[in-house]
Design a binder for this molecule. Structure first.
Ligand SMILES: Nc1ncnc2c1ncn2[C@@H]1O[C@H](COP(=O)(O)OP(=O)(O)OP(=O)(O)O)[C@@H](O)[C@H]1O
Ligand SMILES: [Zn+2]
Length: 806
């Protein structure tokens, strides 16, 4: 949501401060809490910009409320913009000269020191009784922790000053007492935006359009006292303005006009249709599906992703190409009527569409837009702009609604430069809806812009794609995500381990929203964000990673299967969970669900595993996995057996994994304490084959009988695959085999068999490599025994070499 506030507890955005000038409470009679006492003041206020680009607010004579004649004047200016050095640009001054109206506004005089939440504020200037100045600077400490993340939050100061205006500014007061203002220059520097000072250092220049828009604002009224006490200042006053709350976490700007705004032309549509975009999803209006929004500025953000939604292009992480190109399009005036923003979820498409809409209407003459400061931006960020609409794609599938929308788009904007229609999830538009829109493109007002958003370009009609300007939002790099998370942690005062943030970033699959949501959840635990905490909460693997693993396993890429599986299980997922997820995924694929899924990796996987044999292999894999799942419940060596099971997925020879089959490869290795199952007869035969280690009741063993053979073959194949030397690999495959395996909690004993004494000695020479490969697959120390008939050589990896004879 564009209006999501941020840093409300740390920084005070100047924009919010300015808006708070309108707060009605400050203008109320303290004894009665009534506004009436000051109504004349409101009616007689006048704003103007003078030649030095200062905005002036003048309280005209004749108002005799409160024992004063209110000839006082106030103006706003950015002291840094009139030839000051760049370092000073951040300083935004407010000086007040209210003349006789100081009775109402006398708290200016008390502004010698103002506390800002989370950071001390220092007052630079205090200009006598009639003037006040507030200059606050952040004094962030604790730099060391923040250095990596706080580049955006370096110390900034701001100064707000009201200065006596020079001229008579009243140009017009219309019949409804609305003020028509001259061309003011709004200059303010939000702390949160101060890093953009190079872009923002110059103000919104005075222009007819600025004046035009300002003229639609109601009577402004000024109070500083309340503003200071609540760390915010407002421009205007009316009853609604009281919605502003001191800890308002919104974007910092709230629009609460005293009068109904006048527009260039009356809105030809119903109120509902013309309702402006306000960035808070609450209810829906009856019109073509446009959402009705509440002033988000008054609401507490419910999540980090709401709170930290980017509000300008430079806050958009990892989308530099898009940003640059959109900004260039605006600065060169090359705006087309149809844009498509596409790319994976949570990468900033919706945010960018809103920023784009704001930038299109921004009045700043600077290249970097939106400035967030001009009146159009103020309107936009307060959600009061009438010409930007966010439309529910499902709802406009109805004929009358799309007609209404098209009609609306054919008419020039109400008050802004561009009418922007943002249609999220546009792949849900029906073909006819698309056709109507595309056929009407020519008839749209030159100033109507459609921004369509979808995660999947391929689902859109070709004709739409070819007639639009497309912007791809790629997945966000893990490093960028981790940095962003770090910034959020610093801002929210959350302790964290870097590695945990990296982990969250890796888990979020390029979606910053997912990452922020995970962080949000973890932060609720109220502890330091650590790896183990993250693992506890997130221990699942994305579909894409699962598909990757499955692909490796099915393609007999033993080494990578083992490496990937071990990697996942080491830190990221419990083997039980992994096997369940894999089985579910295969079921989805077999059920054809991948066709509907938007993931490219899934579609690719489906395409490359579409043959009959592939389907058989997949159902075979499913059988193995479902059987493995049962076995793992009873096993203490879950990761080993899951790895072994994965190595069997590529084979089409289905080992009998029937739970009732005593020879089942995995089942028949059950030991007495339930680690692996076997019938007593199988156990006997295993002992016979491999008498020494399996006496340990905690171990389980696979022998050469029945279907154990297939498992042993898979493991042997995997192990040989992992040998780096090709000649050794070929030799072991051809001449040797794994004749039995006994695994207990700490180690495994593998029995190898060769047909010739020379082979035995050759294998013996390479025992380390063989043992290492088996070790990798089995995930524990491995003792190997190399047999030739009655001869057996025992070699313990990493320990001394031993020859044992029966
Ligand atoms: N590129 C980004 N830069 C900064 N924040 C981002 C970015 N992408 C996503 N976010 C975070 O994720 C939240 C959601 O982003 P947004 O709605 O713009 O993504 P989206 O691509 O439109 O997602 P979807 O396709 O699901 O609608 C934002 O509020 C913001 O906190
Ligand atoms: Zn602007």
């Amino acid at each position: 949501m564009m209006m999501d506030g941020r840093r409300h507890s740390v920084d005070i955005p100047i924009s919010r401060t300015l808006i708070a000038l309108r707060r009605v409470r400050s203008l109320r009679d303290p004894s009665t809490n009534s506004m009436s006492k000051f109504s004349a003041l409101l009616e007689n206020a006048n704003w103007e910009t003078n030649s030095t680009n200062e905005i002036s607010l003048q309280f005209m004579g004749g108002c005799q409320q409160g024992g004063s004649d209110h000839n006082g004047l106030a103006s706003l200016k950015n002291s840094g913009l009139n030839g000051k050095r760049e370092e000073e640009v951040d300083d935004f001054e407010m000086r007040c000269d209210f003349g006789k109206s100081k009775t109402q506004l006398n708290s200016c005089e008390n502004s010698g020191r103002v506390e800002k939440v989370g950071a001390p504020i220092r007052t630079k200037k205090l200009e006598g009784l009639d003037n006040c100045a507030l200059n606050q600077e952040d004094v962030h400490g604790n730099k060391s922790l923040r250095e990596r993340y706080c580049s955006n939050h370096r110390d900034k100061g701001w100064e707000l000053a009201c200065v006596t205006p020079l001229s008579n500014c009243l140009e017009d007061v219309d019949s409804t007492n609305e003020l028509i203002l001259g061309s003011p220059i709004v200059e303010c520097m939000d702390q949160s935006m101060s890093r953009k000072k190079s872009q923002y250092k110059s103000q919104v220049k005075s222009s007819g359009m600025v004046g035009d828009v300002l003229s639609r604002l109601g009577s402004p009224c000024l109070s500083v006292s309340d503003a200071l006490s609540s760390h915010s200042i407002s421009f205007l006053a009316n009853e609604e303005a009281d919605l502003m709350i001191p800890n308002d976490p919104g974007c910092g700007i709230s629009c609460c006009w005293t009068r109904t705004p006048r527009f260039r032309e009356s809105n030809p549509f119903s109120d509902a249709e013309g309702r402006p975009l306000l960035f808070k999803d609450v209810a829906e209006t009856a019109s073509f599906g446009q959402r009705s929004w509440k002033l988000i500025a008054n609401e507490t953000p419910r999540s980090f992703s709401q709170k930290f939604r980017p509000k300008s292009f430079d806050e958009l992480v990892g989308q530099n190409v898009v940003t640059k190109s959109l900004l260039n399009a605006i600065s060169k005036g090359r705006i087309t009527s149809l844009y498509i923003f596409h790319g994976p979820r949570g990468t900033g498409k919706t945010s960018a569409s809103r920023i784009f809409a704001a930038a299109l209407n921004c009045l700043s003459l600077e290249e970097f837009k939106p400035c967030c400061l001009c009146r159009e931006c103020v309107l936009f960020f307060s959600g009061r702009i009438r010409d930007v609409k966010e439309i529910d794609s499902v709802r406009i599938n109805r004929a009358e609604r799309i007609r209404s929308l098209i009609k609306n788009a054919s008419i020039p904007p109400v008050s802004s430069r561009f009418k922007v229609f943002i249609i999220d999830e546009c792949h849900l538009l029906h073909g006819e809806t698309w056709a109507t829109i595309l056929n009407s493109l020519e008839n749209f007002s030159q100033h109507s812009v459609f921004v369509m958003i979808t995660p999947d370009l391929e689902k859109l009609p070709r004709s739409a794609v070819t007639r639009s300007q497309r912007y791809h939002f790629p997945k966000i790099k893990d490093a960028d995500i981790a940095t962003r998370l770090g910034n959020i942690c610093v801002e929210e005062g959350i302790d964290f381990d870097l590695v945990a943030l990296d982990f969250i970033a890796a888990k979020s699959n390029g979606s910053l929203r997912d990452a922020e949501m995970m962080l949000d959840q973890l932060s609720l635990l109220g502890k330091r964000i650590t790896m183990s905490l993250a693992y506890e909460l997130i221990g699942v693997v994305s579909d894409d990673e699962l598909l990757d693993l499955l692909d490796l396993a099915l393609s007999s890429d033993t080494s990578n299967t083992v490496i990937r599986a071990r990697d996942l299980m080491r830190s990221r997922i419990d083997p039980m969970q992994l096997v369940t997820q894999l089985a579910n995924l295969i079921m989805d694929i077999l059920a054809g669900k991948c066709e509907e899924d938007s993931s490219e990796i899934r579609r690719k996987f489906s395409r490359s595993h579409a043959s009959e044999t592939d389907m058989q292999r997949l159902s075979h894999a499913l059988k193995i996995l479902s059987e493995t799942e049962k076995q793992l419940r009873m096993s203490k060596n879950q990761s080993t057996w899951l790895t072994v099971a994965l190595l069997q997925l590529s084979s089409l020879e289905t080992p009998s994994l029937n739970a009732n089959d005593p020879k089942s490869s995995l089942r028949n290795a059950h030991d007495r304490d339930g680690d692996f199952c076997s019938t007593s007869s199988t156990e006997e035969s295993l002992k016979l084959l491999f008498p020494c280690s399996c006496e340990d009741s905690k171990s389980h063993k696979l022998g050469m009988q029945g279907d154990c053979k297939a498992t042993l073959e898979s493991i042997w194949k995997g192990a040989t695959e992992l040998c780096q030397s090709n000649s050794l690999k070929n030799f072991l495959r051809k001449q040797g085999k794994l004749s039995s395996l006994c695994v207990n909690r700490d180690m495994a004993v593998a029995e190898l068999e060769f047909h010739h004494p020379d082979y035995v000695s050759k294998a013996e020479k390479s025992w380390k490599m063989i043992a290492s490969s088996l070790q990798l697959i089995l995930g524990r120390n491995v003792e190997i025994r190399i047999n030739l008939n009655a001869a057996e050589i025992t070699i313990t990896n990493g320990m001394q070499k031993q020859l044992r004879l029966f």
